[in-house]
Design a protein around this ligand. Structure first.
Ligand code: 13P
Length: 250
């Protein structure tokens, strides 16, 4: 069977009440479990994690993780803790966390601690701007290399990469499917140069940045990516469920 698409919802710091979180979780799950070609991943704020009742095709992800295993790290959550509550994925290196201080080195440590605990990292990468002479490709290449750190070849199959150009996050329009396609190929090439083609091809590449039900299908089908990382629309269950249906219809 063909690999399933991953449609992940990054709820970010939303919603503000547990009642609303319950409503989103319940409504999304209702549709997610009926999808044949999709694994839906809900990534709520930590405090709402237990509202995600995982099921076939409906998984729990985290928005962040700390790289230390245990101990005196006030406010932090370890990969083992996430594993023990049933999280399957964790987002690392999101642009918003990088802006709050996560360097490539920190991202690499987080990624490796997730893999060690048996959680699949969703590594976010993306350029700040697209310059005319293509320097953004070099930026991406360096960011990928530095964020993977010492990830071993045997663990590459656990990796998911979410390509999120910073200028398309929280914007009014997404990247064009043609540009998504070109960049996804570039990311595969970078992975292939590091780990070999067989390993690189097993890595799922997602796109994120202003995805809605209107552009989701073209981005995935024409951009030829393995799924989406959705921000704003992930806490709008009506819109998110339409995205799921669009992708399941490909
Ligand atoms: P938006 O879908 O709100 O643009 O956010 C994208 C994002 O950052 C997902 O991680």
């Amino acid at each position: 069977m063909k690999k399933k698409y991953i449609i992940a919802g990054n709820w970010k710091m939303n919603p503000q009440t547990v009642e609303e979180a319950k409503r989103i979780a319940t409504q999304v799950k209702k549709v997610a479990i009926k999808m044949k070609k999709i694994e839906t991943v809900a990534c709520p704020p930590f405090v709402y994690s237990n509202l995600i009742k995982v099921d076939d095709g409906f998984s729990l992800g985290s928005q962040d993780v700390y790289f230390e295993q245990a101990g005196s790290f006030t406010g932090e959550v370890s990969a083992e803790m996430l594993k023990s509550i049933g999280a399957k994925y964790v987002i690392v290196g999101h642009a918003e966390r990088r802006k709050m201080g996560d360097t490539d080195e920190v991202v690499a440590q987080k990624l490796n601690s997730a893999v060690d605990a048996g959680i699949q990292p969703i590594l976010c990468v993306g350029e700040k701007e697209r310059d005319q002479n293509g320097d953004y490709l070099g930026v991406l290449k360096n960011q990928i290399g530095a964020s993977l750190g010492k990830l071993a070849r045997k663990d590459v199959k656990q990796l998911v990469v979410a390509y999120e150009p910073l200028w398309a996050i929280g914007a009014t329009s997404a990247m064009t499917p043609a540009d998504v396609h070109e960049t996804a190929l570039f990311i595969k090439k970078v992975l292939s140069d590091t780990y070999g083609q067989e390993y690189a091809l097993s890595v799922k590449i997602l796109y994120g940045g202003s995805v809605t039900f209107k552009n989701a299908k073209d981005i995935v089908a024409l951009g030829q990516v393995d799924g989406l990382l959705v921000g704003r629309e992930s806490v709008n269950p009506e819109g998110f469920n339409l995205i799921l249906k669009e992708i399941d219809g490909i």
